[in-house]
Design a protein around this ligand. Structure first.
Ligand SMILES: Nc1nc2c(ncn2[C@@H]2O[C@H](COP(=O)(O)OP(=O)(O)O)[C@@H](O)[C@H]2O)c(=O)[nH]1
Ligand SMILES: [Mg+2]
Length: 450
């Protein structure tokens, strides 16, 4: 397991939340302290750890949980979001034909990672070739050749050639037609000027699409300055952090690299050829927090947001405001999935006369309505009466439908509007609807009293 200790400590903090009878300031401060300690133990930079936990505490104390989410779930969600944030933005090395140059200092895991990348792209159905351009370490040639044999991919190298640029040029010819070329380059003990010059020259000769920096996680937060130096000198497109399996300092390495704005694209999690993982901050943190539940928790947050939208829409409609904007929103909810569909169908108007059997037809029709409305101007949406014949033509053309479809939409709107007007004026029906909505979990607050 990667970052075992950090994961353990974070999970212990989350368990405190689950076990508490209620969430109060004391609990939040306690949890924040735990998380801070866990981050520092994982070698996360002190300043960074402090700023994360300060933000975490501020949000947990100040932000009200969205409707439908308990204070407990809310705090967990904030912790998750803040942790994801320190890992930076995600980037994916595309699955396509390309030329990849691996760079980095001695012993960071370049050659091993070349093998892993080869396997990764091979599994995606692309042909792969390696070029051995590490002219400083003869052993690297054999190591890479063995990896090529192991997974049966192309290989080019020239033991006697000491000029990496020449090797790359010859390799390009020898491996012509290969989808993905992975070039292993020389390292140094430090980023010296001649290494920079070599990387730039090799990258140019290769026509590299990706310059991936390989960094060993065991150096902890020192990975930050190293990534920055490489990034400034040769412009890396991504970082691969290796040996995350064997260190307690991985949190420091990952956060420090993310801080210098070089996206982490893969992590190495073992010595074997399959021990490479795409790096996706949200998934990484979910796993670290041990939360299969997290996804459902986050879905719940989305539902809470949708529910809020449904409430606002209902409020507007009940107050007699019903333009095409409101109709659009309602259609959006109706054609969506899940519980909002049920609630939206209770709101009068659009779905008023939808019979069960007609639902599919109706869905198609509603989707067409939405496409048509996408071709309307804001003014037309707000004041549908302004849509006269010439505008109908224009809208139909824009939406790729017949003019009669646009007219059908306008008729439909007019019918819905009348239905709503009648509805809003009828106290009994109004009360009935409010009750139905309340039963569905929609909280309309003060509207009930009217
Ligand atoms: N545990 C572990 N070891 C790794 C990982 N990646 C590389 N190594 C080991 O690190 C050492 C140096 O790797 P190598 O590829 O030769 O580094 P290079 O000098 O940058 O080419 C080797 O012993 C590898 O087996 C990893 O993700 N996890
Ligand atoms: Mg090597």
């Amino acid at each position: 397991m990667v970052l075992e200790k950090l994961g353990d400590s974070l999970r212990a903090a989350l368990r405190k939340i689950a076990g508490a009878s209620y969430v109060d300031e004391a609990l939040i401060k306690d949890i924040v302290r735990d998380i801070q300690r866990a981050l520092l133990q994982a070698d996360v930079n002190v300043k960074l750890a402090l700023s994360i936990t300060r933000e975490l505490q501020r949000r947990a104390l100040e932000e009200a949980p969205p409707a439908g989410m308990s204070p407990r779930e809310h705090v967990v969600r904030i912790i998750y979001e803040e942790l994801v944030r320190i890992l930076g933005t995600a980037r994916e090395v595309p699955i396509q034909k390309q030329k990849i140059l691996l760079v980095g200092l001695y012993g960071q895991g370049k050659t091993t990672t070349a093998g892993k990348l080869g396997k990764y792209f091979q599994k995606k159905g692309l042909s792969v070739g390696f070029i051995a351009a590490d002219v400083h370490r003869p052993a690297a040639y054999d190591q890479l050749e063995q990896l090529a044999d192991q997974i049966k991919v192309g290989f080019y190298g020239d033991r006697k050639e000491k000029d990496a640029v020449r090797i790359v040029r010859a390799g390009l010819k020898a491996l012509e037609g290969t989808d993905v070329l992975v070039v292993d380059s020389s390292g140094r003990h430090a980023l010296e000027p001649d290494l920079i010059a070599e990387i730039v020259a090799v990258g140019k000769a290769l026509g590299a699409d990706e310059r991936l920096l390989v960094i060993d996680a065991t150096i902890g937060q020192q990975a930050g300055p190293q990534a920055k130096a490489f990034h400034d000198a040769v412009g890396v497109t991504g970082v691969i952090v290796t040996k995350l399996d064997g260190t307690a300092k991985g949190g420091g390495a990952l956060s420090a690299v993310a801080e210098v704005r070089a996206p982490i694209v893969f992590v190495g999690v073992g010595e074997k050829i399959d021990d490479l993982e795409r790096f996706e901050p949200p998934r990484f943190i979910s796993r670290l927090l041990g939360m299969g539940d997290l996804e459902s928790l986050l879905e719940k947050a989305q539902e809470a947001i949708d529910e809020k939208k449904a409430e606002e829409l209902t409020r507007k409609i009940m107050a007699g405001k019903f333009t095409l904007h409101e109709m659009y929103e309602q259609i959006d909810m109706l054609t969506g999935m899940g519980p909002m569909q049920r609630i939206a169908s209770l709101i009068p108007g659009v779905a008023g006369k939808v019979q069960d059997g007609e639902m599919e037809n109706t869905q198609a029709k509603l989707r067409r309505f939405r496409v048509i409305m996408d071709s309307m101007t804001d003014e037309e949406m707000t004041d549908p009466k302004s849509v006269k014949a010439s505008r109908v033509q224009r809208i139909a053309r824009g939406a790729g439908v017949a003019p009669r479809d646009v007219k059908e939409l306008l008729r439909h709107y007019e019918m819905s509007r009348k239905a709503i007007k009648g509805f809003a004026g009828n106290r009994k029906m109004r009360r009935q609807l409010l009750k139905q909505l309340a039963d569905s979990g929609v909280d309309l607050g003060e509207l009930e009293d009217k």
